[in-house]
Design a protein around this ligand. Structure first.
Ligand code: PLP
Length: 368
């Protein structure tokens, strides 16, 4: 028996979302399913398997360890690691047939020094270009020219060339257009150097669903496969949220006017109020920034009151309810719904911050 706070993951929703996105994309566009950060909190291997069932042909993760975990789970699809790996780990990547991201000549220089010879097989690399996100990737023609000789080594295969947008969810598309133009210009550098990447990709969920014309020959889909809809999509796809978060009251008490609760007496009752305690707190990833959010109890919205504790939070109940009464933190109850997007607004963030923040202490239960 767990403590009764569970994230219920619908595997069918993930599979259906991937399939629906794939079907809506222009012909010939491959779907790379992004399962980093434990599949945005939904379980990496489980999400990867459903993505494969839905028609994904590639997977992506942020770090080498995440890719190794997927291989250990028996996942055989090509996997791209989105963050450059340590040069000393190159043999591990090769042994597990992982594709790596490279951003500059320095990495190759360090890798060759570390290795002291040829690689025992062909290493597939995706070159990352920084067209405006300012995070990772090569930026200048000089950096590109320094990289070219390393890419031409016969144990290296340029499988991809990619960039990532900074404003794909924004109404104003001018910065995105500038990034796309810059990316095209950088692709021109490739052609001029005689390097033909097998795949070119720039779109994540928001760009792919808003501007399918930017799909090139591959898109990297994270948020949307878990049912998080980008703003203003032009592809009308009914995405299904894959995660519900459920708990139940572990204690109920009545407060009278003037009585307070919570650390620092952070809430004071203004009249007679029924208060329920829910076993989830900031150590579960339910951030303090959610202290003014609501939960569902008996199909009604119940506001969180007082500061969120490490292991519990308190809610103001619509009426006296017994301990054991079900509580929904994400999902539907009695015709009411709290979406991860609503919670994200409290955090000035995106729904995937809510789902990926849920710590391992929150049990995942899979339903098909
Ligand atoms: C996380 C990530 C994605 C997935 O983005 P979504 O908006 O979740 O679809 C795509 N590309 C890169 C480089 C990423 O880091």
């Amino acid at each position: 028996m767990g403590r009764g706070t569970v994230a219920e993951i619908s595997l069918g929703a993930i599979r259906d979302n991937v399939k629906a996105i794939r079907d809506a994309l222009p012909d010939g566009v491959r779907l790379m399913a992004v399962v980093k950060a434990n599949g945005y909190g939904h379980g990496a291997a489980e999400s990867a398997r459903m993505a494969v069932d839905g028609g994904a042909e590639r997977l992506a993760v942020a770090y080498l360890e995440e890719a190794l975990d997927l291989r250990a789970e028996g996942i055989e699809l090509p996997i791209l690691i989105l963050t450059p790996i340590h040069p000393a780990d190159v043999l591990q990547a090769l042994r597990h047939e992982l594709m790596i991201t490279v951003a500059g000549a320095d990495w190759f220089d360090a890798m060759r020094k570390e290795l002291g010879g040829k690689l025992p097989g062909k290493l597939k690399v995706h070159i990352k270009a920084d067209t405006g996100l300012g995070r990772l990737g090569l930026r200048s023609l000089e950096e590109w020219e320094a990289l070219v000789p390393w890419l031409k080594a016969d144990d290296i295969e340029v499988d991809g060339f990619y960039t990532h947008f900074a404003t794909a969810g924004k109404a104003d598309t001018s910065f995105l257009e500038r990034q796309y133009v810059r990316f095209q210009e950088m692709l021109g550098w490739c052609a001029a150097s005689g390097i033909q990447p097998r795949h070119c990709h720039c779109a994540g969920s928001a760009a792919a669903l808003r501007f399918p014309g930017l799909s090139m020959d591959m898109v990297r889909i994270g948020a949307a496969m878990y049912g998080f809809s980008p703003a203003k999509p032009s592809l009308e796809i009914a995405l299904k949220p894959a995660m519900a978060l459920k708990s139940s009251l572990i204690a109920v008490r009545k407060l009278v006017a003037g009585e307070s609760l919570g650390y620092d007496n952070s809430y004071t009752a203004s009249g007679e109020e029924w208060i329920g305690t829910v076993p989830i707190g900031y150590a579960d990833g339910w951030h303090q920034g959610l202290r003014h959010a609501e939960v569902l109890v008996e199909g009604q919205r119940a506001p969180i009151v007082g500061k969120i504790c490490m292991d519990q939070l308190m809610v103001k109940l619509p009426r006296a309810c017994p301990a054991g009464t079900p509580v929904v933190l994400i999902g539907n109850q009695g015709g009411n719904c709290i979406a991860a997007a609503e919670l994200a607004m409290h955090l000035s963030s995106v729904p995937q911050e809510v789902s990926s923040s849920l710590s391992p202490r929150v049990e995942r239960v899979y339903i098909s």
